[in-house]
Each structure stands twice: as structure tokens, then as C-alpha cells.
Design a protein around this ligand. Structure first.
Ligand code: PLP
Length: 274
């Protein structure tokens, strides 16, 4: 497959990505990459007068082997993002010897995988249907657990992206207090994949403005404090627009060989687990 066939977090060919984000192969590499990302977070915050303490960095370990995750953990990463529930669950199971390592599932969930998330995740960032809320609630009750959740919103208007249409979010939030095991923390989005910063920024602005609008009328127990937006290619723009959580994989772990079209449907509709 040509490296230009898929939408990546940047529009560069794969070999450029590998030059830009070399693989982290030691605890020191991870420390160095984490420090560099934190410095960029601080600089973005300074540009808009925000306190960097208000931005949480969520390192994303998808596709990376357990050996890399152990290095990241040794460098201080205690909560890691995974896109696929099965992959999160497998890593959670195999890394039980690191009891302080927690998992955030940030990708689309099918109801038949709710059990995995209810068991292994501390956070779920891609809630976008009542069916999934119901399935999670049932499984969480059975496990005797609660879960922090973010409602995913499609801010790019691309049919290829998961998430609720912005107009559906208010109604959706009104239903959520019925699910006592789901602790709603905020909204999450994936911006348009584009080299045009202004178009990317519009996605983040939309999410922030939606949050401001919905905050006043949010039902009891539903908090909209968090805005999870921004990835390796665009997290500084997201911070300028109010992100409180940035999900950063490649700038910490190194470039991925797997195209992003594996993780969410492309315009051609060929996602791996649709
Ligand atoms: C992979 C992924 C990220 C991180 O992307 P990078 O380009 O590695 O920073 C963020 N959010 C979601 C939902 C992802 O699947």
C-alpha cells in the first residue's frame, strides 16, 4: 500500500513521520520525549495565558509492544490510552505486575466488547450511543465499578468519524444520569486531519463552544469540565482552544507503522472493525 493512501495525523508520507518521531527505545528516550511534549504544552499555555496544570497529557500506546509500555511506565506514565478495547484488555491482563498502571479506552466501542472496558478501563473517552451506555452500565454494575466517561462529538462533519452530531449532544446528556456507574467528565473529539491549521482549529472551537452552551443546562451529576482534544499533530492548537486533556501517541512512543485508517473509518469506509 502506498503510504499516501490513508489519512494520517499529518499528511506526510510514513518515512517522514518516522524521521519526525523516532522510536522510543529506552526509559531515557521516554523521559526526553515526555519532557519535550510537556515543554510544548507549557509554551502553548503561555501563548493564551493558561496554567499548564490545567492540561493533562494522556500518552497513547496503541500498537506499541508491552516492552515499550514497561519503559513508558518506568518513565512515569501511569495512565495510557488505547484505541481498541481488545488491545487495552490484553495489555491490562499481561501487565498485572504493574498495579499502578491504568488504562483509558479512547476508541469506538461495540456493545459486545463493553465487558472488556468495564473490567480493564479507568476511563472511556468515546461514548456516543445509548446502547453503549446501557451495555457499559450493566457490565459495570456486575463488576461493582464506576467509570469516568467522555462523550465523543463529531466536530469535523466527516461521515467517516465516530461521535455524535453536535446537535444531538444536549439530548444525549439528558439521558445519562440514568446510568449511575458512568461518571460524565466532559467531551472528546478528533479534529479534521488537515495540514490547514485554521480548519483543524475550527473543530476545537466548535467543541469548546458546545461545551460552554451545554454547561449551564447540564443535568445533575453530569460534569462538562473536561475537553479531550488534540493529538501529536495538533495538540498545541487544541490547547490554545481550551483542551484539558491531550491524547499524544507518536510524539512520545515514536511513529506507528499502522495507518490511522485502521482506527477509524476512512472516507472509503474500510475501518478494521466496523
Ligand atoms: C491514536 C490516537 C491518538 C493519538 O494519535 P498520535 O498521532 O499518536 O498522537 C489520539 N486519539 C485517538 C482517539 C487515537 O486513536
Amino acid at each position: 500500500m502506498s503510504t499516501e493512501d490513508f489519512p494520517s495525523s499529518s499528511t506526510q508520507p510514513l518515512h517522514d513521520l518516522h524521521n519526525r518521531w523516532p522510536q522510543a527505545e529506552s526509559v531515557d528516550d521516554f523521559r526526553h520525549n515526555l519532557a519535550a511534549v510537556h515543554a510544548r504544552i507549557a509554551a502553548a499555555c503561555a501563548r493564551v495565558g493558561r496554567d499548564p496544570a490545567g492540561v493533562r497529557l494522556l500518552p497513547v500506546s496503541k500498537t506499541k509492544p508491552e516492552a515499550s509500555i514497561r519503559l513508558a511506565h518506568a518513565a512515569g506514565c501511569l495512565l495510557l490510552g488505547e484505541n481498541k478495547p481488545q488491545e487495552a484488555y490484553r495489555k491490562w491482563e499481561n501487565l498485572q505486575d504493574l498495579p499502578d498502571l491504568k488504562w483509558s479506552v479512547i476508541g469506538h466501542l461495540q456493545t459486545n466488547k463493553a465487558k472488556l472496558v468495564a473490567r480493564c478501563a479507568s476511563e472511556f473517552q468515546a461514548l456516543d450511543s445509548l446502547r453503549v451506555a446501557e451495555a457499559l452500565e450493566r457490565r459495570l454494575q456486575a463488576e461493582g465499578r464506576a467509570l469516568d466517561v467522555f462523550v465523543q462529538v463529531n466536530t469535523s462533519g466527516e461521515a467517516s468519524k465516530y461521535g455524535l452530531h453536535p446537535d444531538e449532544v444536549a439530548d444525549f446528556l439528558r439521558q445519562l444520569p440514568a446510568f449511575s456507574a458512568l461518571r460524565v467528565r466532559g467531551l472528546m473529539t478528533l479534529a479534521l486531519f488537515s495540514a490547514e491549521g485554521e480548519r483543524v482549529r475550527q473543530c476545537f472551537v466548535l467543541l469548546r463552544e458546545l461545551r460552554e452552551r451545554l454547561r449551564q443546562e447540564a443535568p445533575e451529576g453530569v460534569s462538562l469540565d473536561e475537553l479531550s482534544m488534540g493529538m501529536s499533530g495538533d495538540f498545541e492548537i487544541a490547547i490554545e482552544e481550551g483542551a484539558t486533556v491531550v491524547r499524544v501517541g507518536q510524539a512520545i512512543f515514536g511513529a506507528r507503522a499502522t495507518p490511522d485508517s485502521f482506527y477509524w473509518p476512512t472516507a472509503d469506509g474500510d475501518a478494521a472493525d466496523k
